[in-house]
Design a protein around this ligand. Structure first.
Ligand SMILES: Nc1nc2c(ncn2[C@@H]2O[C@H](COP(=O)(O)OP(=O)(O)OP(=O)(O)O)[C@@H](O)[C@H]2O)c(=O)[nH]1
Ligand SMILES: [Mg+2]
Length: 441
């Protein structure tokens, strides 16, 4: 495996030219969405540690099967790479192995596609054992069909591994090694998945909330602000690769388990989604998902849509969701937030930085989890310490009196909690739901 790791295609500290291909002629397409995409590629390259020295765009109705961009454009790219002393070109789409080969020989620099770039970022960020296994599996699955290219071309272009011949036999050996390693990683991850599933199942009696959203939206910051956790926060893409679960205190003495997850992005490579199954398990099983979006960007809707697509891919699209409009402190014009809230009814505005809206978020989530509040009169045996303590913890007492050795209290509490009283009570009791005007017990 050592040799394969050496060939890991990383762009740290490299001078990069970004290449974007836009389908269709200028004027026929949505220029803004392409600007956003190029900006995102720039941020990805920056996060991976590369220095972007130039960008190149080509409008093309059909991609060139051999070189992706047209032949003339390859020459132009070669000239640009030379002029800017770049040592890598990064393409904003996935390339076939043959296209990479042709582009590399046509430009004399390493060519990396978007998936490879994202995998490189994940590899440099994986901190936990589990995240490392997940990233390695995704990388090898991506690399496997491209192994031939790696041997014949990396040796020539990067000059790093030139001591080995790229012969067929070597290639076959490598393929076998990679297949064996993929199998081994899958087995190990299956064990992690099983453990995770057990963990998640053991929490089924607790309220669970999952934070999902575009990378850099502020999920980990919200986790920290709401639970006092110390999750890693950074103004880079994919800061979080492993999940954290912390207890989030809610009104009425309730608490939910709040889980952070890896951030999503447009066209997340499929291998990554599959490998991060264990990490996403928390989201898959949560009672409600908080879909966090950064309102300070110009592409709120596109981010929401990209996340919705990934949620569908992991089988979460039907799950109850609450949109959280985060980073409201960065909005200069309040009208902007107004418009968003009108377009996304029920969305909650927050700032993880200033704490604005966090209490409201807790109230709204509580209501979604345990229903609206109601008024009820509970008549409990004075000796039933457990029920009395439970009422103290979960309800607001409005009136209290003692009648015939019983404590009669009029309380406000979430309607769904009334169903818990039979489980808690240790002696006979009665409950009447005042707002429903009838005996429940
Ligand atoms: N001004 C402002 N900045 C915020 C807010 N929330 C988060 N940030 C900043 O946004 C950046 C990203 O925050 P994270 O919490 O790491 O975002 P994330 O969604 O966990 O990102 P990934 O783990 O990369 O997917 C950091 O620089 C935070 O300090 C907010 O409400 N207001
Ligand atoms: Mg994070």
């Amino acid at each position: 495996m050592k040799e394969l790791q050496d060939t890991r295609r990383t762009v740290v500290k490299e001078r990069a030219v970004l290449v974007e291909v836009i389908p269709g002629a200028p004027g026929q397409i949505d220029e803004k969405s392409h600007r956003d995409r190029l900006e995102e590629l720039r941020r990805l390259a920056d996060t991976a540690g590369a220095r972007v020295v130039a960008t190149m765009t080509q409008h093309r109705r059909r991609i060139h099967p051999g070189t992706y961009i047209g032949r003339g454009k390859v020459k132009e790219l070669r000239a640009l790479v030379r002029a800017k002393r770049a040592n890598v070109s990064i393409f904003d789409s996935d390339l076939a192995p043959a296209q990479v080969r042709n582009l590399e020989s046509g430009t004399d620099v390493k060519t990396i596609d978007r998936s490879e770039l994202i995998l490189d970022i994940f590899a440099s960020r994986a901190r936990t054992h589990e995240a490392r296994l997940q990233v390695e599996l995704a990388q090898l699955e991506y690399a496997y069909p491209r192994l031939a290219k790696m041997w014949t071309h990396l040796s020539r272009i990067e000059g790093g591994i030139g001591t080995r011949g790229p012969g067929e036999t070597q290639l076959e050996t490598d393929r076998r090694t990679v297949r064996r390693r993929i199998k081994d990683l899958k087995e190990r991850l299956a064990r992690v998945d099983a453990r995770k599933e057990r963990e998640v199942r053991s929490r089924r009696h607790q309220l669970t909330v999952g934070l999902v959203g575009y990378t850099n939206a502020g999920k980990s910051s919200l986790l920290n602000a709401l639970t006092g956790a110390h999750a890693y926060v950074q103004d880079k893409l994919f800061a979080t690769l492993d999940t954290r679960t912390r207890s989030w205190p809610l009104p009425h003495g309730l608490a939910a388990l709040l889980s952070d997850t890896v951030g999503f992005i447009r066209d997340l490579p499929h291998h990554l989604v599959a490998s991060f199954k264990a990490t996403l398990e928390e989201a898959v099983h949560a009672d409600i998902l908080l879909h966090v979006v950064d309102v300070s960007t110009e592409h709120v809707r596109a981010d929401l849509a990209a996340v919705a697509t990934v949620l569908e891919e992991i089988g979460c699209s039907e799950k109850p969701q609450l949109v959280v409009l985060n980073k409201v402190d960065l909005l200069a014009d309040p009208l902007h937030l107004d418009l968003l809230q009108r377009a996304l009814p029920g969305a909650v505005a927050t700032s993880a930085t200033t704490g604005a809206g966090l209490e409201n978020l807790a109230d709204v989530v509580t209501e979604r989890l345990v229903g609206p509040e109601t008024e009820a009169t509970v008549r409990a045996d004075a000796a039933d310490g457990r029920l009395l303590a439970w009422i103290d913890q979960h309800a607001t007492v409005l009136e209290r009196s003692i009648q015939d050795g019983c404590i009669v209290q009029t309380v406000r509490l979430p309607r769904r909690l009334i169903d818990e009283i039979p489980r808690v009570a240790e002696a006979s009791y009665t409950v009447s739901d005042v707002s429903q005007d009838g005996d429940v017990a």
